[in-house]
Design a protein around this ligand. Structure first.
Ligand SMILES: Cc1cc2nc3c(=O)[nH]c(=O)nc-3n(C[C@H](O)[C@H](O)[C@H](O)COP(=O)(O)OP(=O)(O)OC[C@H]3O[C@@H](n4cnc5c(N)ncnc54)[C@H](O)[C@@H]3O)c2cc1C
Length: 479
């Protein structure tokens, strides 16, 4: 392993590889990525891969649109095929407030040259012929939404970065991080140490562990998010190559999109399930949680009513994986306050409508010097060790009132920050309930992804007016 680089990225998921790729595009080729397992071993390998541009935040719209633009050219640029479909998406409004929100977002998007459209119920059906628009007041059309294979995307970004000179060390776990008198960072791994001017924490749901290595607290908690994939649906097969737009129903809280000749349904649960409140099991990588479709029954019922063809299919697969969330659902991106040269790029996912791709938050602004990320700092600022102020972190909280000045030693004084146990709290998710950590003995081998057993849970039981209380029991009995 090299012993020195300008920038070290910790974590080889979609975000870390994107950061690495974008750094090389800026001309920074002396850059290194450290990944404790394999690329995509965290949340990336099992993501549904939806790529919306919608957000109620100006900056997040901008970031997301950067991603979708990048994805449309990346395969050709780096010479690595990516399964990327631009299908457009339709978002449904059940209430006047939601219609107002859509109008607000449409005008923000138009101001950025992004052609979102408001749709009447009849226009919704023109775009998505299987939607029952009963009770729907309006829709929003995002012409650039779509889906991508997240593992291929990550590999393509990694290839582009490697081709430009970046080094990627897999099977290399960061164990501690030390600030040197020179202001540089020394990153210790189980394969040796490496020094750099800047470090980017892109460790996903383990972002809190890495932050703790430098004495930083990240307000994130791991939730489990599930989606299911149905078997083929004849009505979709009959349409041949035509693909439905992705459908989002933020009031009920789910996304639904076509996957081959079937559908994917992914609810964001209002009552989320938190995991690992004490610590993340060390061996958890390339793994999923057990599926728990019973939790999703009310979303499944609502989705079957909205798109009746969904209720005609059986369930082929259920994916239930870890996803890090900040209390407000926003990504945590930008220079860590009081830690010059240390940047956070931990993406969190919103259960409602705020969503971001940190993957692209490091890129656009870095090239232009314009703001990037939700706090308005570009990565260039971090790389040049520019001073940072906590005012750019309006949504982040630090555990104590310790000022950034006192938390940071004078420049020439060594700062050795020892890892401390990272406790995750969930104060802002009062309804979340904790579940038992995955027991080491029960966990599938970390070196192999679990074979996902096809389960034949018929969604049609929901359509046949089964009493809600019986639905999950029957779904599970059919499994
Ligand atoms: C079921 C499900 C569906 C989803 N669907 C979508 C979707 O449709 N669209 C979407 O945009 N997002 C989706 N997401 C969210 C998406 O998966 C994540 O936001 C994204 O993958 C995060 O990427 P990441 O690179 O930040 O983290 P990860 O992919 O978790 O990568 C972090 C990496 O850091 C490594 N690492 C951790 N600690 C260390 C260490 N100490 N040393 C070295 N390496 C370390 C890990 O091994 C891992 O490879 C979904 C998530 C789930 C669970």
């Amino acid at each position: 392993m090299k012993t020195h680089a300008r920038v070290i990225v910790i974590g080889g998921g979609a975000v870390g590889c994107s950061a690495l790729y974008h750094l090389t595009q800026l001309g920074l080729t002396d850059v290194v990525l450290l990944e404790r397992d394999e690329l995509t071993a965290g949340s990336t390998w099992h993501a549904a891969g939806n790529c919306p541009n919608f957000s109620t935040s100006w900056n997040v719209i901008k970031l997301q649109r950067h991603s979708t633009r990048l994805y449309s050219t990346l395969a050709a640029t780096v010479g690595y095929d990516i399964n990327y479909h631009v299908t457009g998406s339709v978002r449904l409004a059940h209430t006047r407030d939601r219609v107002d929100e859509f109008r607000h977002v449409v005008s923000q998007a138009h101001a950025q040259g992004i052609e979102f459209e408001m749709l009447s119920p009849a226009e919704i059906v023109e775009r998505h012929p299987f939607v029952d628009t009963t009770g729907i007041l309006a829709g929003l059309y995002d012409p650039y939404d779509g889906d991508i294979d997240p593992a291929q995307l990550t590999q393509a970004l990694a290839k582009g970065a490697r081709d430009a000179g970046a080094k990627i060390y897999r099977g290399t776990r960061v164990t501690s991080i030390e600030r040197l008198p020179s202001g540089e960072w020394r990153v210790h791994t189980d394969k040796g140490s490496i020094q750099a001017e800047s470090v980017i924490n892109a460790a996903g749901y383990r972002g809190g562990e890495v932050a703790a290595m430098v004495g930083e607290y990240l307000p994130i908690v791991t939730l489990s998010h599930q989606y299911l994939i149905t078997e083929d649906i004849p009505a979709l097969a009959e349409r041949g190559e035509a693909r439905l737009p992705l459908l989002r129903d933020p009031d009920v809280s789910y996304y639904m999109r076509q996957e081959r000749q079937g559908l994917i349904l992914g609810p964001y649960e209002w009552k989320a399930t938190a995991h690992w409140l004490d610590r993340i099991p060390d061996e958890f990588a390339n793994q999923l949680f057990d599926d728990d479709l019973g939790r999703l029954e009310k979303y499944i019922e609502a989705a079957c009513e909205r798109v009746p063809i969904l209720g005609t299919a059986g369930v082929k697969k259920v994916i239930n994986g870890p996803i890090p969330y900040a209390p407000d659902g926003n990504p945590l991106i930008g220079p860590a306050p009081g830690l010059p040269g240390f940047t956070t790029a931990v993406r969190s996912r919103s259960a409602s409508r705020r969503r971001a791709e940190p993957a692209k938050s490091l890129p656009n602004g870095s090239r232009t010097g314009s703001p990037s990320g939700t706090c308005g700092h570009s990565i260039r600022g971090a790389i040049s060790n520019s001073p940072m102020t906590s005012s750019c972190w309006p949504r982040r909280s630090r555990p104590t009132s310790t000022s950034t000045a006192s938390a940071t030693p004078p420049r020439n004084e060594p700062r050795v920050v020892r890892p401390r146990p990272h406790r995750l709290t969930c104060a802002s998710l009062p309804r979340a309930r904790s579940s038992a950590p995955v027991a080491a003995g029960n966990a599938p081998s970390a070196s192999r992804r679990p074979a996902i057993q096809p389960s034949r849970k018929s969604l049609s039981v929901v359509r046949r007016g089964t009493r809600r209380s019986n639905v999950s029991a029957r779904l599970l009995r059919n499994a």
